[in-house]
Design a protein around this ligand. Structure first.
Ligand code: BG6
Ligand code: MG
Length: 210
């Protein structure tokens, strides 16, 4: 078999947290006089919290000190975490558990590779904290996607070569990261335009592995 592992992005692949990010950033925007739109929010897919803030601040004419930026990012995260609190197993994307067990049956290893520092919390809420052979998230990396660090760390934890791993991503930054690390990117949803493979729903992944 050609592939020996799958690395899943979390936000936008195994669950949808987009709207929560949007509402939280919008509240921060309002506090500093910026109109933050859903279109702006799409640009934040896959990039770290601080880089997301920098994108939001492109709309502001004010200069913010590093200290003030950190306060804004912390404030956003407190708002965001309140939305995450409401999540449960019902928020796991349909077909995920079936896919994990089918992949294991076929002897593929599975990991999460996420830019989020809240990944552990979200995985717990979704009830899949222990489903993976490895979890690498925003707390374990220096460079966020499109840098390949998160996926390279996951590959190392799985003990597999990048070329034997499919990376499932909803964001262009994640597809770029996968490609830069020598992985095989699989795009899910409309934003992942340049992936090698594209699927519409999780179970379609099995058609790629065969
Ligand atoms: C990614 C999201 O998974 O995590 C981004 O796609 C987000 O939109 C990033 O900015 C960081 O998230 P967190 O939870 O660490 O603030
Ligand atoms: Mg994503």
């Amino acid at each position: 078999m050609k592939y020996r592992g799958v690395i899943f992005d979390l936000d936008g692949v195994l669950c949808s947290t987009d709207e929560y990010h949007y509402l939280a950033w919008k509240e921060i925007g309002e506090a500093i006089g910026i109109d933050f739109t859903r279109a702006d929010n799409h640009r934040l897919r896959g990039v770290s919290r601080m880089e997301s803030l920098e994108i939001l601040l492109e709309k502001s004419e004010q200069d913010f000190s590093q200290e003030k930026k950190e306060l804004l990012a912390e404030r956003k995260n407190r708002i965001y975490r309140k939305y995450l609190e409401r999540m449960s197993e019902k928020d796991l994307v349909p077909g995920a558990l079936e896919l994990f067990s089918e992949l294991k049956k076929r002897n593929l290893k599975i990991a999460v590779g996420s830019s989020s520092k809240n990944a552990g919390f979200i995985l717990e809420k979704l009830g899949i904290r222990d489903a993976f052979d490895a979890v690498v998230d925003g707390n374990d990396i220096e460079h966020s996607k499109p840098h390949p660090e998160v996926f390279l760390n996951a590959a190392e934890a799985l003990g597999l070569e990048p070329g034997s791993i499919l990376v499932l991503e909803d964001a262009e930054a994640g597809i770029e990261a996968a490609r830069a690390g020598g992985f095989v990117p699989v795009g899910i949803g409309p934003a992942a335009g340049s992936a090698v493979f594209r699927i519409d729903k999780l179970s379609d992944l099995l058609g790629i592995i065969k």
